[in-house]
Design a protein around this ligand. Sequence first.
Ligand code: C5P
Length: 241
Amino acid sequence: MDTSIIIALDYSNKEELDHLLDRLKQERLFVKIGMEAYFQYGPGLIERLKEQGHRVFLDLKLHDIPNTVGKAMKGLASLEVDLINVHASGGRRMMHAALEGLEAGTPLGKNRPLCIGVTQLTSSSEEMIKKELNIALNMKESVVSLARLSKDSGLDGVVSSALEVPLIKESCGNDFLTVTPGIRLEGDLAGDQNRVCTPSKARKLGSDYIVVGRSITASMNPVSAYEKLKSEWGTLHEINR
Ligand code: C5P
């Protein structure tokens, strides 16, 4: 079973979230819970997903002073999520504190959640980071520089667009995880995303995990959209081996 497709359960309505899970209930999924669902349903939702046997990426993108991030991570680690993240732009000390908090909060005998750094959001464009954030580097340079900082700070990988994966792997090594949102099936709307990519292109570029939200959740038929994604992602996987 291929669980390297992470489904973003971006619902602020529990019935809709449960409906999707119910339709996919034969599968052991890798799901992403972001701010939208976590801030409404809290730790209970994570506990339920874990009980159902799903893997969970808790996408809260922490970004605060090191002490606060460390303590927050200690609490979140007790939920036994599989993957969690921080904004890499919070810096080295913040990322160290995140890892220390996760180590301290991981229950005895369990694995610490993998921790990845958000580089530049996939909704950001080069023009936006230049004009609004005054970042002098171009998009690719900025993403690689934040990936390098994440790696040097001990993180397990990064969130980026699939388009930047080859450069990240070149700079940080093949084992450094790349988790890539901004995935769209051919013909889907990009919405607020800027640096988008199809699943098969993401696979070719070397992405380890793709994160897919609206291509599944906004589809008229989410189950067949998920199946389509799996076959696009899976077929190439076989060819590559
Ligand atoms: O609906 P869509 O497929 O665009 O959803 C992408 C998901 O990935 C959203 O939950 C969004 O918060 C998340 N994400 C992102 N870009 C990042 C990090 C996370 O789009 N850099």
